[in-house]
Design a protein around this ligand. Structure first.
Ligand code: NAP
Length: 283
């Protein structure tokens, strides 16, 4: 079997077009959807990420404001800036780029963002809303993965999904989203015994670890759907995922590539959360 590719770039393009339409509809009502991005320090990867977020926003008609602060900014001053953005009615989404400098408590910073503007979906209130099935902002990466499953018309009801990795921003919310679709979910981590025995039973595998070749062809049930969240570098320095793509694509039914898979979908879902935040204020 050679797996069909779930094309994250093409799906993300469709989502951006949909967001652009929703943005135009709000603009017609006199509302300019606006994302405020706060960057503290000079982390090179963060610089690239925020640049993409601004460019993606502008491409869909969303206004994006990038606030840059030196790494020496005090936590109190950062909290004051977030509080001001919370109170600014022209701002619909507030995103603080992580990681923050060591002297700051990321948890306290994220908890200062108003849940109504928490477009990253990292606030405890957002996590709680996902847990109990109430409206809130879902974290962009797992939400993008779910959209990829939807794009192939995959019915999760009663299926067995194995999530590899249990981070608060990917693995755990992914498991909840799959449960919300009536899948049977197994969540695994570094201390899971015999991962292969579990993945071999899985109809869907989501790999979110950050290590190459966590999932190899001998670990995959024929025809399974494989979603690769990982972002790693191979020996040639090229971006690759957690999944041995060349091997697994010969066994799986569907597979997401890296690059061109979950990454562009994550970016697209931030735009969806931002336009949704703006629509909620419009009533
Ligand atoms: P993380 O916080 O480091 O979590 C990694 C998880 O993997 C942990 O739960 C860890 O278990 C588990 N793990 C480690 N080794 C394992 C093993 N051998 N078998 C099974 N589980 C194992 O990472 P993250 O933030 O979730 O990110 C995961 C990957 O996704 C990274 O490569 C990251 O760059 C990528 N990512 C991509 C996007 C995107 O847009 N494409 C977005 C976010 C993240 P323990 O909990 O036991 O330590």
């Amino acid at each position: 079997m050679t797996a069909q590719i779930i094309d994250g770039n093409a799906l993300a393009k469709n989502i951006r077009e949909e967001v652009a339409g929703r943005t135009a509809a709000l603009q017609a009502k006199g509302i300019q959807p606006h994302l405020a991005i706060v960057l503290v320090g000079e982390d090179p990867a963060s610089q690239v990420y925020v640049r993409h977020k601004v460019a993606d926003s502008e491409q869909t008609g969303l206004k994006a404001t990038l606030e840059r602060h030196p790494a020496t900014l005090s936590e109190a001053d950062l909290l004051a800036r977030i509080t001001a953005l919370n109170a600014d009615p022209s701002v619909h989404g507030v995103l603080v780029q992580l990681p923050l400098p060591r002297h700051m408590d990321s948890h306290r910073v994220i908890e200062t963002i108003s849940p109504a503007k928490d477009v990253d979906g990292f606030h405890v209130a957002s996590a709680g809303a996902l847990l109990v099935g109430q409206p809130g902002f879902w974290p962009c990466t797992p939400h993008g993965c779910l959209k990829m499953l939807d794009s192939i018309g995959y019915d999760l009801e009663g299926k067995h999904a194995v999530v590899i990795g249990r981070s608060n921003i990917v693995g755990k919310p992914m498991a909840l989203m799959l449960l919300g679709r009536d899948a049977t979910v197994t969540i695994t981590h570094s201390r899971t015994r015999d991962l292969k025995a579990l993945t071999l039973q899985a109809d869907v595998v989501v790999a979110a670890v950050g290590k190459r070749n966590v999932l190899t062809a001998d670990m995959v049930k024929p025809g399974a759907v494989v979603i690769d969240v990982g972002m790693n570098r191979n020996d040639e320095g090229k971006l690759c995922g957690d999944v041995d793509f060349a091997g697994v694509k010969e066994v799986a039914g569907w597979i997401t590539p890296v690059p061109g898979g979950v990454g562009p979908m994550t970016r697209a879902m931030l735009l969806v959360n931002t336009i949704t935040a703006a629509e909620r204020t419009a009533g």
